[in-house]
Structures are given as structure tokens and as C-alpha cells.
Ligand binder design. Structure first.
Ligand SMILES: Cc1cc2nc3c(=O)[nH]c(=O)nc-3n(C[C@H](O)[C@H](O)[C@H](O)COP(=O)(O)OP(=O)(O)OC[C@H]3O[C@@H](n4cnc5c(N)ncnc54)[C@H](O)[C@@H]3O)c2cc1C
Length: 507
């Protein structure tokens, strides 16, 4: 018998903040990639939303968040997280993050779509995530209580009687079975389940799958935010062309030069999901879509957007001289492991934070830059709750077989075709029928297919259009769906078996 130390799965902003906040308690951080790689956190461009400006307050930030969430945010959770914004910025600064500041020393604040105030705290211009990760990695490396196991992928959670007992890990030198009674999932998003994504390619939602297989409830799975303008560079993943480019006046045109969104409310600066669907529909009609920054920015483009310029030049496009080809791409998942205010899942000893968690902050659509704030803030609350949870004596675990290395590639075309920006019942049924055998086969695609299946079942169940979830067969928002929906793997599997069987469906 031995006492365990908490295990944190994931080394992005959420995982590293949890580890730092638990110090000096000894913790083990599992990172699938070398520290700093494979985390969406390092790629964040815009910044962290926090109501630190003199003209701003938590109530305004809450109003904007609730409006974006389209009736599905948990207002109490949202109010608590947004209220903590200024403190979270101060905590990040204490860990060494150097935010951009105005000449008078105050934080420089950016403006993003659907925010009614300037409240985006940023670093290095469009390099906020890289600066945050630089500082946190340095802080972690200085903390003797934190052990990081790099290139270690959690493949299963071990659960007995709805209580966490350990983690089964694929490590560089083979399988490891680590006993643990307290595990924090901080494993990022699910963009890698789709063909076009801005996420690190291995971000296919493995943490959600681990939680689902452990018996935890997942929530809001159907809500996937697609960014309207990823650079159509033919790479995987696709580089992001930030909303700020449209904010500076760039327009969307097609191959004929027509400004095809000009008549929509807000035109190119309408809500993110509306613009993404407009581009998607135009592409589906056989057009090409470009972001044209030449009239608005011209020669200024390179200075204002150095990282985007570099990505364009690498793809053979000069944004000063040419329009930039763009395509919508899976960008952020509002859904995740259903957690309470302390980040606890429905399985004892399992917490989640960051993009893996579904706290209720985002509702049906995330307000830009609220995700880094949520990750930083909730990680600290999770750490406090983990620290307050006494360790349980854990028995040595019986050997378990390591599942194969997961491969989301076969799942990506299925979800992109049927569960992407526009969905309908027939398409979602087709996805379920295609994913069910992959999930049952037990091969490398089984885990991603199982999560994809859950997403498709959740999307089929929500017979309305709301926020990022657009059903062409149910185009209106429905009052009887104005609640967050949770899903267990057992229920999803049973529903999929029933739906995939055409005889049962007819009955
Ligand atoms: C291009 C881009 C730009 C963005 N810009 C912004 C922005 O400006 N503002 C904003 O608020 N949000 C932004 N977002 C969203 C935001 O970056 C993410 O929501 C946030 O960084 C998620 O942090 P995280 O710690 O939860 O996950 P991540 O940073 O993705 O970290 C996940 C970690 O878990 C590890 N992992 C995963 N599975 C396992 C496993 N099974 N075993 C071991 N390790 C595992 C990964 O290797 C990684 O270390 C952006 C996202 C992208 C992709």
C-alpha cells in the first residue's frame, strides 16, 4: 500500500497552472509531447479576456459572455470566473508572464468581436500564448515539487466503484501503471477530430474519451466552434488568420472579387459562427474564398501581423500583394467533461480544467479569449480542491493491457462531412453508422471513433439550432432545448446501436 501524489494529464496552460498552484505539494505532470509542444495554449494569438480597464466591470463582461453563449451559459459559473479575471492576470504576471503595456505602465488592452469593451490582455503582439507558456514552463522548472514526465500519453484511467485508482500510460520505455486516487484532466480540445483544424494535430479529445470510458458525464459535446478564417495552406493543422485582421478592415471576397457577405448584419465582423457558416456555404456552392487585406492594410500588414505574415509567406502568399485563401476550421470545443464549481467530474477523484472541461462558462458559443481566462482561473480552483481532498491509500493495480496508439485519421472525414458547421438528422445518422463499427473494432481508430460517436449522438439529440450548433432540419432555436445536456458513454453507445439499426429505427 502507498500514498499517491496527484497526477495531472496535460501540460498546457491549465495543467501547468494546476501544478504550480498545488506547490509545494508533490505532483506528477504527464505530457504527451516535450514540454511546450502539442499544446494549443502556446499558439494563442489574441490574448486573455479580463475586465481590467477603467471603463469595464465584471457585469459588462458577463453580459457579453451570456449573449455569445446564446442562452446556455451557467450564469453563476460565468459570473464567478469573469469576476476572477483581474486576479488571474495578476497571478500569471507573478509567474513571470510579461504582458504588453502602454507607455504609462498600464496593461495594453485589445478589442475583439462581440466584446463591448477593450479587455483583451495580450503579450508580444500576437504571441500571447507563447509568452504565457514560456513563463509557466520556466516557473515549473524552478518548482522542486513538480515532476514532468514528457512523451507520456495517458491511455486509460483505472476506476473501481466510480473512484479513480490510477492511470495507464504509454511512456517512452513502455507501459506504466501509476496508482493514483486524484487525477486532473487538462488535456485540451478536440479539433483533431476534423479534417480542417487550427488545433495541434493530436488534440482529438483523448482526455474526454478517458473520462467517458471511466464513466464520467460529458456535457455540451455538440458545440464545436469553427473559426471562419484559417489559412487554406494545405497543411495540417491550418494556421489561424486572426479575427483582428477583419477588425482592421480586411474583407472577404470570392474568386470573382465579389464581397459575398456584405449584406449580412455586421458583414465580415458578424458573429464568428455566422461568418463561418457564410464562408462554408459559399465554398459548398463551388466558390473559393479569400480574405483581402490589401485595401485596408496594404504595406502595414507585415508590421501589424508578423506571425500571420510568416505563415502566409511560408504558404507562398504575400498578403500585401495577394488576397489570402481561407477556410473555416474546427477551433474550440465548448463541450467537455461535465464539472462542478470546483472542477470535479462525476467520478470521485477525477477533476478537469481548461478546454477539456465543460464548466458552463461558454454555453453554445465561446466569447473570444474567454478560454485562456477560464483555463488559468479554474486550474487554481481545481488545485485548491485537490489539495483539500485527503489522499486515499491506493492498492497496487493488477496489470492491464495498453490500448493501441490512437489514430483519429479515419474519423476526420466522417465528422467533417456530417457533424461540421452545418448538420442534419440524416447526416448525423450516417456518421453514427460509419463510426459505430470503427468504435467497436478496438483498433487504433476506436477511441477517436467512440468520442466522435458521442458527439454525433449529442448533435442528433439537440433538435434545434443554437450558437455553434446549426441544424438545417431544425433551423430555429427551441425553448424546450434551453438547457445544457449531459451524456454518458453507456447511453451514447446504446443510442448509437439503436439508431444504427435501420429496422429498429423504422419500428
Ligand atoms: C491557434 C489558436 C489560437 C487561439 N487563440 C486564443 C486566444 O487568443 N485566446 C483564448 O482565450 N483562447 C485561444 N485559443 C484557445 C486556447 O488556446 C485553448 O482553449 C487553451 O489554450 C486550452 O488550454 P489547455 O491547457 O486546456 O489545453 P492545451 O494547451 O491544448 O494543452 C493540452 C495538453 O494536454 C496534453 N495531452 C493531451 N492528451 C494527453 C494524454 N492523453 N496524455 C498526456 N498528455 C496529454 C497535450 O500534449 C498538451 O500538453 C486558441 C486556440 C488555437 C488553436
Amino acid at each position: 500500500m502507498q500514498h499517491d501524489r496527484p497526477i495531472i494529464i496535460g501540460a498546457g496552460l491549465a495543467g501547468l497552472m494546476t501544478a504550480l498552484h498545488l506547490a509545494p505539494m508533490p505532483v506528477l505532470v504527464l505530457a504527451r509531447a516535450p514540454l511546450g509542444d502539442g499544446a494549443a495554449s502556446a499558439w494563442a494569438q489574441g490574448g486573455v479576456a479580463a475586465c481590467v480597464g477603467a471603463d469595464d466591470d465584471p457585469a459588462r463582461h458577463l453580459d457579453d459572455t451570456l449573449a455569445a453563449g446564446d442562452g446556455l451559459c451557467d450564469a453563476a459559473v460565468a459570473a464567478r470566473i469573469l469576476q476572477a479575471g483581474p486576479d488571474s492576470i495578476a497571478t500569471l504576471a507573478r509567474h513571470g508572464v510579461e504582458f504588453d503595456r502602454a507607455a504609462d505602465g498600464r496593461l495594453a488592452l485589445g478589442l475583439e468581436a462581440a466584446h463591448s469593451r477593450r479587455r483583451i490582455v495580450h503579450a508580444g503582439g500576437d504571441g500571447t500564448g507563447a509568452e504565457i507558456m514560456r513563463a509557466l514552463i520556466a516557473a515549473v522548472q524552478r518548482a522542486p515539487s513538480i515532476t514532468v514526465l514528457e512523451q507520456a500519453e495517458a491511455r486509460r484511467l483505472v476506476v473501481e466503484d466510480n473512484r479513480i485508482r490510477g492511470v495507464l500510460v504509454a511512456a517512452p520505455h513502455g507501459a506504466l501503471l501509476l496508482p493514483a486516487s486524484r487525477v486532473v484532466l487538462a488535456s485540451g480540445g478536440i479539433g483533431g477530430l476534423f479534417l480542417h483544424t487550427t488545433n495541434p494535430p493530436q488534440s482529438w479529445g483523448q482526455g474526454l474519451l478517458l473520462a467517458a470510458r471511466a464513466g464520467a458525464a460529458l456535457a455540451d459535446l455538440e458545440f464545436v466552434q469553427f473559426h471562419p478564417t484559417a489559412l487554406a495552406a494545405g497543411t495540417d493543422p491550418l494556421p489561424l488568420v486572426s479575427e483582428a485582421v477583419r477588425g482592421e478592415g480586411a474583407i472577404l471576397i470570392d474568386e470573382t472579387g465579389t464581397r459575398f457577405l456584405a449584406d449580412q448584419p455586421g458583414a465580415e465582423l458578424g458573429p464568428r459562427d455566422v461568418v463561418a457558416r457564410g464562408i462554408f456555404a459559399h465554398l459548398a456552392a463551388g466558390h473559393q474564398v479569400f480574405l483581402d487585406a490589401r485595401p485596408a492594410l496594404g504595406e502595414r500588414f507585415g508590421k501589424r501581423f508578423p506571425a500571420i505574415t510568416a505563415a502566409c509567406l511560408a504558404a507562398g502568399i504575400d498578403p500585401v500583394m495577394q488576397p489570402i485563401p481561407v477556410v473555416p476550421a474546427a477551433h474550440y470545443h465548448m463541450g467537455g467533461v461535465a464539472v462542478d464549481a470546483a472542477g470535479r467530474s462525476s467520478v470521485a477523484g477525477l477533476w478537469a480544467c481548461g478546454e477539456t472541461a465543460s464548466t458552463g462558462l461558454h454555453g453554445a458559443n465561446r466569447l473570444a479569449s474567454n478560454s485562456l481566462l477560464e483555463a488559468a482561473t479554474c486550474a487554481c480552483w481545481v488545485a485548491e480542491d485537490v489539495a483539500a481532498t485527503p489522499p486515499v491509500r491506493v492498492r497496487p493495480l493488477a496489470d492491464r493491457r495498453l490500448p493501441p496508439a490512437p489514430d483519429p485519421v479515419p474519423v476526420r472525414p466522417i465528422l467533417s462531412r456530417h457533424a461540421g458547421l452545418l448538420r442534419d438528422g440524416d447526416g448525423l445518422l450516417a456518421a453514427i453508422r460509419a463510426l459505430a463499427p470503427l468504435a467497436a473494432a478496438g483498433g487504433p481508430a476506436a477511441d477517436p471513433a467512440t468520442l466522435g460517436l458521442m458527439l454525433a449522438v449529442a448533435a442528433l439529440r439537440r433538435e434545434e439550432s443554437r450558437g455553434a450548433h446549426a441544424r438545417t432540419d431544425f433551423p430555429a432555436r427551441r425553448a424546450d432545448f434551453s438547457t445544457r445536456l449531459t451524456l454518458y458513454l453507456t447511453d451514447a453507445t446504446a443510442a448509437a446501436a439503436r439508431l444504427a439499426d435501420p429496422i429498429v429505427r423504422r419500428a
